[in-house]
Design a protein around this ligand. Structure first.
Ligand code: KG4
Ligand code: ZN
Length: 338
């Protein structure tokens, strides 16, 4: 049987990425992050599209050369259809369509959040593969969802955020603390050296499996304003404890909902995905739940947590097996249901 060589393109937000897979194995996964957004404290969509245009050709060239795959040997091109920033998505989709057309090979469209979940199926020695059905907690800069995953393409959202995404809460609260962008990894690093019990932030009261993070954001804002009035150096002097306490609150919110989801579904296999799954607090909490609650947890390799094309390639591979190809007239979607 001929191997399937997939070239995958991911350009939904501010990372331009290309990966080459041989079947379900990664040959390369190149990620160009865009430093241009740092000074604005968030992603500037117009600048992101321009940077994607500059990056896309060199990133794809590098992915092919590192994989030692000639473009004429490619079986298909997979790309992110959505959700994401429309201008960013369009750069990836136009490129993917043109190349697939030039090479006369199938085009495969991939849902970004489905890819964060199916990243667990990348055949890599450092990864454990979950069994169906499992629960996925997808936590990123744009999404916070609990998904019941019955099969590769049979997924059901059973809970989601009513307002901000968890990564957004990290980034916005970090900005209030004067941290750089994205603040998630910075908070994580500082939290490791702080006392998580020092400050308490009230948790939102949302019933069922849905989340809310906007109230936490306001609570952090008022807390910082009040403390800074009493001591202008409060943040600098206590940053590690503030980060540790904030992170603990977020992790508790996520874990409380996962406990309800496990109770409701009877499923104890938990997989996490999305940028925030790089967080050490959530990783530790899941490890503790293995011992304390008898869960089996699945955490992707760090490389597959943040936005990357390897996760697009693995979905492309499974869609190729099902011969699920896209029409060249299909369009990118900023909003796209799972
Ligand atoms: O999945 P991703 O790369 O892009 C989106 O699809 O949104 O996720 C990016 C988000 C950002 O909000 C970033 O602050 C957050 O993931 N993040 C983290 C950590 N690493 C990345 N949040 C908390 N702790 C981390 N270690
Ligand atoms: Zn993402």
């Amino acid at each position: 049987k001929q191997p399937i060589y997939t070239l995958a393109i991911e350009s939904s937000c501010d990372d331009t990425s290309a990966a080459v897979f041989k079947n379900n194995k990664k040959l390369s996964n190149i990620i160009a992050s865009q430093a241009v957004h740092e000074k604005y404290g968030g992603v500037v969509p117009e600048l992101a599209s321009r940077a994607h245009q500059q990056n896309i050709v060199p990133v794809v060239d590098q992915a092919l050369s590192q994989a030692k795959v000639d473009r004429k040997d490619l079986s298909a091109i997979a790309y992110t259809k959505g959700p994401g920033l429309l201008g960013s998505l369009l750069v990836g989709s136009s490129f993917a369509k043109s190349l697939a057309m030039a090479l006369d090979i199938p085009l495969i469209e991939v849902h970004h959040m489905q890819a964060h979940i199916l990243a667990h199926f990348i055949d890599d020695e450092n990864q454990k593969i979950p069994q169906f059905p499992f629960l996925a907690l997808t936590i990123s800069g744009g999404h916070t969802q609990i998904v019941k995953v019955n099969d590769f393409f049979d997924m059901q959202v059973i809970g989601e955020t009513l307002d901000d995404a968890v990564g957004e809460a990290f980034d916005k609260c970090g900005k209030m603390m004067g941290l750089g962008y994205p603040a998630g990894p910075i908070i994580d690093k500082l939290a490791k050296q702080g006392n998580p019990e020092r400050f308490t932030f009230s948790k939102p009261k949302v019933s069922g499996l849905d989340f809310s993070f906007s109230g936490l954001k306001t609570a952090v804002l008022y807390f910082l304003q009040k403390e800074k009035k009493a001591n202008p150096n409060f943040v600098d002097e206590n940053i590690k404890d503030i980060c540790a306490s904030f992170q603990k609150t977020v992790v508790d919110i996520l874990m409380d909902k996962m406990k309800i989801a496990v109770k409701d579904t009877g499923i104890t296999q938990i997989a996490i995905g999305g940028g925030v799954s790089a967080n050490s607090g959530i990783r530790t909490a899941l490890k503790q739940a293995e011992i304390g609650l008898g869960w089996q947890s699945y955490v992707p390799k760090f490389e597959y947590c943040l936005d990357n094309a390897a996760m697009i390639a693995i979905v492309g591979y499974y869609k190729f097996l099902q011969q699920e190809f896209a029409d060249f007239g299909s369009t990118s979607k900023a909003r796209l249901k799972l």
